[in-house]
Design a protein around this ligand. Structure first.
Ligand code: GDP
Ligand code: MG
Length: 466
C-alpha cells in the first residue's frame, strides 16, 4: 500500500503543472491502492469526495491569499490535503485510555481465537514494564487446552508475574481471583487475556461480558488479525456491540497482510488503534498514531519517531537540540543543519531504523543493514564537509542555480555538469550522483520540515500511549 500511495504522490511531484487532470489522476491512483489494500469501498468513496473537496478548497484559499501560486506550492498544498484526509481516515477522533501510575490499571484483551491475544498481552506487558509500570498477566482462557501453558511460557520468558489455573474451569472466577490478587499486591498494570474460540459465538460474547463485569477493565482492547481483510469490519462491529472495547491492536502486519481492512474497522467502530503487532517476538510491537503512520506509509518518514530518538540523544546537549527543533518547526533548514542532524544520528545506534524514519531517506533505507547505513551516513557528511560556507548556509538550491558548465573546460569536466557538485564530489571522494542524491534528500527534509514541525507539535499533544 505504501509503495502504491508513494507512487501516486511521486507522479504528482513529476507533473509540470498541477491541473484538474493531474489531481484526478492522483485521486484515482490513491483510490485503487486503497481498494487493493482491502479498505472498505464506502470508506474509499467518501475519502475520494473529501480529498477532492479539500484539495479544491486549499487551492482556492491559497490562490486568494497570494497572487500567482507557484506550481511547487500547489503540489505541497495537494500533498498536504491528501495527507490530512488519510490521517483522518485512521484517526477516529477519540483518545484511548492511558494507564496511570499509583493505581491498578486493568486491561482486557478480546478477539477471536488465533488473532494474537496471548502474544499481544505479553508484548504489552513488556512494553509497560519498560515504561516503569509494575505489570502482570492473568490467563482467563479456560477454553483452549494449553492456553495457560502458553501464557505461562511467554510470561516466564519476559519475567512477568502471571496468574492462571489448570483446574478451575470458570473463566470469570479465574479472572476475578487473578485481578483481585494483583490489585492487593498493588500492581500498576494488570493484563487479562481471554479465550476467543473460533467465531463470534454468542457464548463467547456472554463470557466476555461476564469477565468484564467481574474485573471492570479500565480499557478493553480488541485484538484484530490484519490478514482477515474485509472481514475486519464486521468482526469489530460485533465485538464493539458486546464488549464495547476502547482500543484496537492490529496484529500480523509483518506478513503480506493487507492492513486496509483494519483501517476500515477503525472507521466502523470509531475506536483508535494503539499498537501494531509486527512479528511473533516480544519486541515486535509498534506504537500507532495516525500522523506518523500515514507519514511513514507515504514514504515521508516518521518525524515524531525521529524527534523521540533525538530527544534521547539530546540529553548530552539540550540547548543545541532545542534550537534545532525550533528550526524544524519553523521550516528553516539549511544544509549546515542537515549536516549537524546527520552527525548526531551517527551516535544514535540502530542506524538503519532511524534513517528509515527520515523523509527522503526512508525509501532508500529499506532492508539496509546498520553497517551500510553508517557508511552511507558518513559519505553524506563527507560531502557536506567539502562544501564552502555559502553552500552550507543555503538550502541546497544554490547547486541548481545557473552554475552549469556549457562545455568541457580546462579541468576536463563534461558539458552540462554542475560545477559545484563536481568540486564537492571530488573533495569528498564521492560521485556527482551521490552529491545530487544527498541534495535531493536534504531538500525533501527541508520541504517536509515545516509540515513535520506542525505534525510533531500536534502529536506531542496527542501522545496517547505513553
Ligand atoms: P490468540 O488465540 O488470540 O491468543 O492468539 P495467539 O497469541 O496464540 O497467536 C496466534 C498465532 O499468531 C501464534 O502463532 C502467534 O505467534 C502468532 N502471532 C501473534 N501476533 C503476531 C504478529 O504480530 N505477527 C506474526 N507474524 N504472528 C503473530
Ligand atoms: Mg490465546
Amino acid at each position: 500500500l505504501g509503495k502504491r500511495l508513494n507512487n501516486a504522490l511521486g507522479q504528482l511531484s513529476k507533473a509540470s503543472v498541477v491541473d484538474d487532470q493531474v489531481i484526478e489522476a492522483l485521486i484515482k491512483d490513491l483510490v485503487s491502492a486503497l481498494l487493493e489494500a482491502d479498505v472498505n469501498v464506502k470508506l474509499v468513496a467518501s475519502l475520494r469526495t473529501k480529498i477532492r473537496a479539500r484539495v479544491k478548497k486549499s487551492l482556492e484559499d491559497a490562490e486568494t491569499s497570494s497572487q500567482g501560486l507557484r506550481e511547487s506550492n500547489k503540489k505541497q498544498i495537494v500533498q498536504k490535503a491528501v495527507f490530512d484526509e488519510l490521517v483522518a481516515m485512521v484517526d477516529p477522533g477519540t483518545e484511548p485510555y492511558k494507564p496511570v501510575k499509583g493505581k491498578s490499571n486493568v486491561l482486557m484483551a478480546v478477539g477471536i481465537q488465533g488473532a494474537g491475544k496471548t502474544t499481544t498481552c505479553t508484548k504489552l506487558a513488556v512494553h509497560y514494564q519498560r515504561k516503569g509500570f509494575r505489570t502482570c498477566l492473568v490467563c482467563a482462557d479456560t477454553f483452549r487446552a494449553g492456553a495457560f501453558d502458553q501464557l505461562k511460557q511467554n510470561a516466564t520468558k519476559a519475567k512477568i508475574p502471571f496468574y492462571g489455573s489448570y483446574t478451575e474451569t470458570d473463566p470469570v472466577a479465574i479472572a476475578s481471583m487473578g485481578v483481585e490478587k494483583f490489585r492487593k499486591e498493588r500492581f500498576d498494570v494488570i493484563i487479562v487475556d481471554t479465550s476467543g474460540r473460533h467465531k463470534q459465538e454468542s457464548e463467547l460474547f456472554e463470557e466476555m461480558v461476564n469477565i468484564g463485569n467481574a474485573v471492570k477493565p479500565d480499557m478493553t482492547i480488541m485484538v484484530l488479525d490484519a490478514s482477515i481483510g474485509q472481514a475486519a469490519e464486521g468482526q469489530s462491529r460485533a465485538f464493539k456491540e458486546s464488549s464495547n472495547f476502547g482500543a484496537i491492536i492490529v496484529t500480523k502486519l509483518d506478513g503480506h497482510a493487507k492492513g486496509g481492512g483494519a483501517i476500515s474497522a477503525v472507521a466502523a467502530t470509531k475506536t483508535p488503534i494503539i499498537f501494531l503487532g509486527t512479528g511473533e517476538h516480544l519486541n515486535d510491537l509498534e506504537r500507532f498514531a495516525p500522523q506518523p503512520f500515514i507519514s511513514k506509509l507515504l514514504g515521508m518518514g516518521d518525524m515524531q519517531g525521529l524527534f523521540e530518538h533525538m530527544q534521547d540523544v539530546a540529553m548530552a546537549n539540550p540547548d543545541k537540540q532545542k534550537a534545532m527543533a525550533k528550526k524544524l518547526e519553523e521550516g528553516k533548514f539549511a544544509l549546515r543543519d542537515w549536516r549537524e542532524q546527520l552527525s548526531t544520528l551517527m551516535n544514535m545506534g540502530s542506524l538503519s531504523k532511524i534513517m528509515s524514519s527520515i523523509p527522503g531517506l526512508s525509501g532508500a533505507m529499506e532492508g539496509v543493514s546498520d553497517e551500510d547505513a553508517g557508511s552511507k551516513l558518513k559519505r553524506m557528511i563527507f560531502i557536506m564537509d567539502s562544501m564552502d560556507n555559502a553552500e552550507l548556509d543555503s538550502d541546497g538550491l544554490i547547486f541548481a542555480s545557473g552554475f552549469k558548465c556549457m562545455k568541457m573546460d580546462s579541468e576536463g569536466i563534461p558539458t552540462g555538469l554542475n560545477k559545484r557538485a563536481f568540486r564537492v564530489a571530488r573533495g569528498s571522494g564521492t560521485s556527482v550522483k551521490e552529491v545530487e542524491e544527498m541534495l535531493t534528500q536534504a531538500r525533501a527534509m527541508s520541504g517536509f520540515a515545516k509540515m513535520a514541525g506542525g505534525m510533531a507539535n500536534a502529536s506531542k499533544e496527542k501522545d496517547w500511549t505513553k
